[in-house]
Design a protein around this ligand. Sequence first.
Ligand code: BGC
Length: 384
Amino acid sequence: MELNRRTVIAGAAAAGIAATALGSGTAEAASGGRKPVRESFGKLADGTKIYRWSLENGGTRLKVLNWGGVVQTLELPDRRGHYANVVNGFDNIDDYVAKSPYFGALIGRYGNRIGKGQFTLDGKTYQLSVNDGVNSLHGGSQGFDKHVWDVEPFVKGSDVGLVLHYTSIDGEMGYPGTLKAKVTYTLTRRGEWIIDYHATTDKATVVNLTSHVYWNLAGEGSGTVEDHELTIAAGRYTPTDSGLIPTGELATVRGTPFDFRETKTIGRDIRAGHAQQVQAKGFDHNWVLDKGITAKPEHIATLRDPRSGRTLKIATDQPGLQFYSGNFLDGTLTGTGGRTYRQGDALCLETQHFPDSPNHANFPSTVLRPGQVYRTRTVHSFGA
Ligand code: BGC
């Protein structure tokens, strides 16, 4: 399939055929190296214009909003070259603003939970916005997912992409320091989607940026992902209390449903009744990646839909991976394709530092100080 895709892409590019002029249902629509195009995606209540950018390269098609840096659609071919949108989303901005459970969004200033929304840094205790029971989740009530980002398109060699900027002012959501965040989405000629995160601060603060894409490699809205096969290169995970805050323990996955070191379907052990699963209504945990923090991204997880053959491989330099099995999708949201999302109809694989790190001295530090640069990369590679 890889070879076929590349041949078709090269052919289309050589013939100078616009992607939109080609059939939208097959791999023939693949293009390469064209500048992202922008279109309107409605307005916020205060009149702010929302835009959607379309990017395509190496057979992967991405649509991104300036609202929260949301990946609204991500289309991939299956083994026969038929495209499907493999991420949950909405077809209108109002739903994103009113009820999105972080579909496709950039998460900051701190991805995942901070217990009681509190932490102490350099002797000073900070109270963050609390939006998940007594805890702070994904940056608080108005995290980076709920802001308009500045977006600049680029074409660089055979890569195409977007640079997204958001500046979070000192004290926003309770966090110290003005944080300048820059996130780059790149689509390579091999169809990889790379996320580069970059941030600087003017006061000591904590940072943990991630991306909250909900995957269903069979196509969004097509039903459960329980038959997807998953592999995670992690021998330990961080068990949590009932509020999903890590206890601090790095527990072995051996002999538990949390062992994804050998490929298995998500459904195989999801009803095993382990106390940690019962509490989280499925999988909603941080896996401690065996490789730890690395200078360069290393492969840590593979997701495969056996029916379509679509495969996602994730590489990161980060130490953790939150695998969330869509437990809180409850049939009340209608997605891009007009179908409702029920429990387990999609899953998230969020590369990150561990939840609640600012309150656990034994977890890798998430502190960023003036003069330091926060820089991390996650690479998504696709196949069929
Ligand atoms: C968390 C879930 C949470 C979800 C929000 C995930 O990253 O792990 O606990 O419910 O985000 O949709």
